[in-house]
Ligand binder design. Sequence first.
Ligand code: HEC
Length: 249
Amino acid sequence: MLRALFLTLVFFFGTSAVQAQDFSLSGPKSLNKNGFYQFLLPRFSLKTGIRPALQMGTEGADASLNTTSGIPVFEGLGQFFYLDLALATPERAAKAERFADWLLSDVGKRTIEQFTIDGTAVFTATLAESEEDFVPNFAGDVARGEALSFTNCARCHVINERNRMKGIGSTPSFGLLRTLPDWLERFRTFSERLPHPSIIQIIGVSEPFSPFSPPANRSVELTVDQVEDIISYIVTIQPIDLGAPLQQN
Ligand code: HEC
C-alpha cells in the first residue's frame, strides 16, 4: 500500500527535483495523508500539462498551500487553507500563477469540492460569498511595508494621505491600484512591469540590469522579504472610492 502510494507520487510528481517547466509546491502533510494532493494535482496537470513538484512541509517552494498566509482558497476540516506564491524566476512564477488561477477558477473550485473522505465532501471553495471579511493575509510586517513604500515608491506613487499631494500625477496611486481586481498579481510582479525593470531589482529574482540600458538614477534593490512586507501593507490599504467626487489638486 505504502509502496503503491510512493509509486503514484513518483509517477505524478516526477522526482522531487524541479524541472525547468515545473514549479515547486509545498503543503501540509495532513493533505497528503488524506489523499488530497493525489486527487487535486493530476487534475490540474491534465488540464495544463504543468506538473508541480511536491515538497512536503519545506520552506522556500515557489508556491505553498498552508493554513496561515496568502490568498484564501478553501475551507474544511476546521481550517482555512491559503495559497502563497513566492517570488520565483519569471518562468516558474508563471506556472505557479497558473496553478493559483486554476484553484480559484470555477473548475478548480469544483475539483476541490469534489474531494471526499469516506464518501463525504470535506472542503468548500466558495469563500468570497460566505466569508465577507476573509481577506488575503500575508506574513510580512505591515509597518515595515509602509515605510519601505515611502522610501522606495513614493517619489512616483501616492502611497496614502501622507503624500497625497506628492507623487507624479500620471502615475497611479496605490489606492487606485488597490481597486483593480488583479491588484495582487500586479504588485507581486511589479518589478517586471514597466517602468520598474530599469529602476528596481529584487535580489535573487530579477535579471541583472542590462549593460545596454544601465539602471536609472537612484535605482532600488529590494529583498524578497521586503516585497512581502510591501504586499502585506498593500492589503491594508483602502481601495479609493471611485464613485466619490474628484478632489481638487
Ligand atoms: C520612478 C518612478 C516609479 C517608482 C520609484 C515606482 N514606480 Fe510603480 N509605477 C510607475 C509608473 C509610471 C507606473 C504606471 C505604468 C503604466 O501605467 O504603464 C507604475 C505602476 C505600478 C504598478 C502597476 C503595474 C501594472 O502593470 O499595472 C505597481 C503595482 C507599482 N507601480 C508598484 C510599485 C512599487 C511597489 C514601487 C516601490 C517599491 C514602485 N512601484 C516604484 C513608476 C514608479
